[in-house]
Design a protein around this ligand. Structure first.
Ligand SMILES: Cc1cc2nc3c(=O)[nH]c(=O)nc-3n(C[C@H](O)[C@H](O)[C@H](O)COP(=O)(O)O)c2cc1C
Length: 180
């Protein structure tokens, strides 16, 4: 059964390692017959959440920017895949802002169930993506029909495109996409 997969790549840099992994996930998911949409936050205008909570009455955000359309894409996806560089042992600020701006969905209907996380980092210790994962889990707890379905931690990559030399990480990302 084909699923609607939404991949959200949050790195803003050219030659992003996490985006390269996200593209491998896309390949795997397409190969498995799923429908895939790929969002690059570097192409988007996204303001910070202002915390007004108007969205809890109107289900709409008062800010008019690129999030308005992307919130709809999040709502209607079956599977979400977030990709982030590790910044100070946390998710990127861009990804956190994206999660905050999805607040119009809080308390309403949404389709997504499986949520995946891809991280890249210089450090390749096993727990390098622990805080990023924990941050995403904080969001998932609030969308309690969804759950964390998997994490791929791409450690040991720092320079742009460096992950392209790590065949094992590319393969893991492809397999993650294929097994969605
Ligand atoms: C502001 C900043 C903070 C970073 N913090 C960490 C860190 O805490 N641990 C780490 O291993 N790498 C850290 N890095 C390195 C990036 O995670 C690494 O270069 C990664 O491959 C970037 O992914 P991207 O190419 O998708 O942006 C940091 C990089 C930046 C720019």
């Amino acid at each position: 059964m084909p699923k609607k997969v939404l991949i959200i790549s949050s790195s803003l840099r050219q030659g992003s390692n996490s985006e390269i992994l996200a593209r491998e996930v896309e390949k795997g998911a397409l190969n498995a017959g799923h429908n895939v949409e790929f969002l690059c936050l570097k192409d988007k205008n996204i303001q910070f959440c202002r915390g007004c909570l108007a969205c809890q009455k109107t289900q709409k955000c008062v800010i008019r920017d690129d999030m308005n359309e992307m919130i709809g894409q999040v709502k209607n996806a079956d599977v979400l895949v977030f990709a982030t560089p590790v910044y100070y042992y946390e998710m990127s600020g861009q990804m956190k802002t994206f999660l905050d701006r999805c607040n119009p969905l809080y308390g309403g209907e949404y389709r997504f169930r499986d949520v995946y996380l891809l991280t890249t980092s210089y450090d390749d210790s096993p727990d390098v993506s622990e805080r990023s994962t924990s941050g995403l889990e904080g969001w998932i707890v609030c969308f309690d029909k969804s759950h964390l379905a998997g994490v791929l931690s791409g450690g040991g990559v720092n320079d742009p495109k460096e992950v392209s030399n790590h065949r094992e990480l590319l393969d893991k990302a492809y397999q993650l996409g294929k097994n969605i």
